[in-house]
Design a protein around this ligand. Sequence first.
Ligand SMILES: Nc1ncnc2c1ncn2[C@@H]1O[C@H](COP(=O)(O)OP(=O)(O)OP(=O)(O)O)[C@@H](O)[C@H]1O
Length: 338
Amino acid sequence: MTQPNTAVELQNLSKTFELRSGWGRKRVRKSVVAVDGISLSIPAGQTVAFIGPNGAGKSTTIKMLTGILHPSSGQAQVLGYTPWRERRTLVRHIGAVFGQRSQLWYHLPPRDTFELLARIYSLDRAAFVRRRDMLIERFGLGEFLQTPVRKLSLGQRMRAEVAASLLHAPRVLFLDEPTIGLDVIARQELRDLILEWNRDEGVTVFLTSHDAGDIERVARRVVVINHGRVVLDDKVSMLRRQYLGSKILSVKFHAPPAAFALPGVTTLKASEYALKLEVDTRVTPIEQVMTEVLRAGSVADIAIEDPPLEEVIAHIYGRSQEAGGRNQPTAELLASES
Ligand SMILES: Nc1ncnc2c1ncn2[C@@H]1O[C@H](COP(=O)(O)OP(=O)(O)OP(=O)(O)O)[C@@H](O)[C@H]1O
């Protein structure tokens, strides 16, 4: 039973594609298991990054959750609806953005697309105008509202795409690679807008991305899949801390420090007055390294950082490849790391 505050629920959801090639006797059938028994429960208002390497089954899952594809087996409910059976009703309550495919009318300016969407969703006129104007302001669409989409920059187009997907006040937003191809600034702007929308309107966000920055900025929870199975489900903050067990220590000295060596400590960069160290905290605790650093010279500045998320994610993908894509529960996976 779906709990009332559950936005998205997957129970053993699976999808196998049957492929046929060749003719007559040479006809070959092949099955591709794209999604292999995924179970998940996402409370309303949560921001979830659904990530995995190419071909892991992310898009197939989103397509099932938005009612575009039928599963081969298993169940899913989005806001209590079964997407592939109740798609027409469901689309009134969800928004979807596919970074690789525009949903705006290419030759029309965003303003006209908004009008069309208002009719498609039969939105109340006054409520629509209020919301449209709010989105125009928040997403900074004013200056290109009358420009045909084909003439917009990718960053402008993506802002218009996300705004269009929010016009009918959806309660769940599916974003499939929303920042793909965007430059650094446009990417950051879009992430901030999505996050703000989640905070202000409580919209549930289900995001796929290959960009660690998207995951870090937008999502609080991360679900990693590989070969169609969940290999990790954790808080984004825990992921980095628990998974690699390493820290980056950057130190600036007033004078050149004395040399020192400790097991589990690798020098990433060294100049006369500065050191950047990677510390495997499972070998030598960070406190011990700090003590040694303070002994080595007069410290002007010191910073301890977590390793980049990209590294953590690459590490997890690597682990699940080694495990042959078997569904390894999180605890076991984490325990095997320590
Ligand atoms: N319509 C289809 N027919 C046959 N096979 C498909 C179809 N769609 C996807 N697949 C296969 O299913 C698997 C999962 O694909 P999917 O697109 O869901 O992965 P993904 O995680 O979204 O990958 P990417 O990060 O590259 O977008 C792949 O092996 C893919 O080739």
